[in-house]
Write a protein that binds this ligand. Structure first.
Ligand code: ADP
Ligand code: MG
Length: 209
């Protein structure tokens, strides 16, 4: 039913629940993400995100920011400072820019989040210089943001389909691009983790407060 409206209200506690659930999902799928990165990268995507999201979960047990914007900004900062790989600055920028777009409002709704995430994804594209079809996390994030204006489940499905659609592509950005044609035939690790984060968002929204 929440799918029909833009609500319910998404407050700071909602974003904390989402990020803690992301940390658990990353722990669960770390080996798979690292396996994907072993095929077309340097086999560290799972451990990179594990380090980053453990730090995010830990800081959120010590600090409880009052607004969605402050939660996302804090989490983004943690990812940037703890993850060595390309994904740290990129996901960190996604969360920080999304947080900045949310400003200091006490809450938002699905439409507001879709707008803010749109700004976050645009910042990722600007930082990494990638565009749709380059076989990166953007191939999951861009369709997810678009579908989020329809619903959470739609966003999760769009992200997963976007990640799966990276398999036949040749990487044009990041480490996998060094492989040229040999990157074809493997699902992109970052698009896969992006789909995991969006799926976790949908699960958190469905679970309610
Ligand atoms: P590293 O490549 O430094 O080892 P990770 O393995 O943690 O970092 O992350 C790799 C993922 O980061 C890739 O699968 C891809 O989705 C994403 N990525 C790499 N470079 C870019 C870029 N320029 N723009 C967007 N995403 C990128
Ligand atoms: Mg890597």
């Amino acid at each position: 039913m929440a799918e029909q409206q833009s609500g319910p209200d998404l407050d700071a506690a909602f974003f904390i629940r989402w990020l803690i659930a992301c940390a658990a999902a990353v722990e669960r799928d770390a080996a798979h993400l690292t396996d994907l990165d072993a095929a077309i990268g340097d086999a560290d995507h799972g451990s990179n995100l594990q380090r980053g999201f453990r730090a995010v979960a830990e800081v959120l047990t010590k600090e409880v920011p009052a607004t969605p914007g402050a939660v996302l900004t804090l989490a983004g900062r943690q990812l940037i400072s703890t993850v060595g790989g390309a994904s740290g600055p990129l996901y960190g920028t996604l969360l920080r820019r999304t947080g900045k777009a949310l400003g200091d409002a006490a809450g938002t709704d699905r439409a507001g989040l879709a707008d803010a995430l749109g700004a976050g994804v645009a910042a990722v594209a600007q930082l990494g210089g990638a565009k749709a079809g380059d076989k990166t996390m953007l191939d999951a994030l861009e369709p997810a943001v678009e579908a989020l204006s329809t619903g959470y489940a739609e966003a999760a499905r769009a992200a997963s389909e976007g990640a799966e659609a990276t398999t036949p592509l040749q990487a044009r950005k990041g480490r996998a691009s060094y492989l040229g044609e040999r990157s074809v035939g493997h699902q992109d690790p970052g698009a896969t983790s992006a789909a995991l984060l969006v799926t976790t968002l949908a699960e958190t929204a469905e679970a309610g407060a």
